[in-house]
Design a protein around this ligand. Structure first.
Ligand SMILES: [Fe+2]
Length: 220
């Protein structure tokens, strides 16, 4: 037997994360405008416990002042839908809100139930200590290795900066560590879901095979 015979590796079960950066010439003016609108919405700021943050109502996508931002979300979502081969099923924004995280505040682990895609856009980010941390969705993975690396990690870090949007499946659990900077972190989060899920998507994708009343998509 050929001693050089070597099994080939196949990476299974990929979990996608998309990111897109506005060119600085576009991000600068947009972020100034978004920041001012967000400040306006939460003024006067209510008191919040130490370590927590301020959030706006979840209807920013319906406010004219956020129309340009909504176009950016829709553009990014259309591209992601192409990647996922669901572009034929229109999606709508189901919620969109801003977060203002002062130094020391964080978001604990969560996901965004009842949605298909979620995302965050960064309006203002302190120089240090701001990332989005995505958690390995595979339960019970244990991959001992001699060195730490992508096969041993149970979280993935998405670096963020002003002008960047990240999108991910809504089921993917994530958290935001404490703001270690000296300025506020301002972001806008959003969720998207199919506009006509029950009518267009939830019907079976397979047909019963001839002579077999069990539905089957041909997979064993
Ligand atoms: Fe989130």
């Amino acid at each position: 037997m050929d001693p050089k015979l070597k099994p080939e590796a196949h990476d299974l079960f990929p979990t996608p994360l998309w990111s897109v950066d506005l060119p600085p010439a576009d991000a600068g003016p947009l972020n100034v405008k978004l920041k001012s609108e967000i400040e306006h919405i939460i003024a006067p700021r209510p008191k919040v416990p130490s370590g927590s943050n301020w959030q706006t109502p979840q209807d920013l996508h319906r406010r004219p002042a956020f129309a340009e931002f909504v176009r950016f979300v829709e553009m990014a979502c259309a591209s992601v839908a192409e990647d996922l081969q669901v572009a034929q099923y229109p999606m709508i924004i189901t919620g969109c809100w801003a977060n203002i995280n002062p130094p020391g505040s964080y978001h604990p682990t969560h996901n965004h139930p009842n949605n298909y895609l979620s995302g965050v856009y960064y309006v203002d980010v302190p120089a240090v200590g701001s990332h989005l941390i995505l958690q390995d969705p595979r339960p019970g993975v244990i991959m001992p290795r001699a060195k730490l690396g992508r096969f041993t990690a149970n979280v993935a870090v998405a670096p963020v900066k002003a002008g960047r949007m990240v999108l991910f499946p809504s089921w993917l659990r994530h958290h935001v560590p404490s703001n270690e900077g000296s300025t506020e972190r301002i972001s806008i989060a959003f969720n998207l879901m199919f506009a006509n899920f029950a009518e267009t998507i939830s019907a079976p994708m397979w047909r019963p095979s001839a002579g077999n009343s069990d539905a089957s998509d041909g997979t064993p």
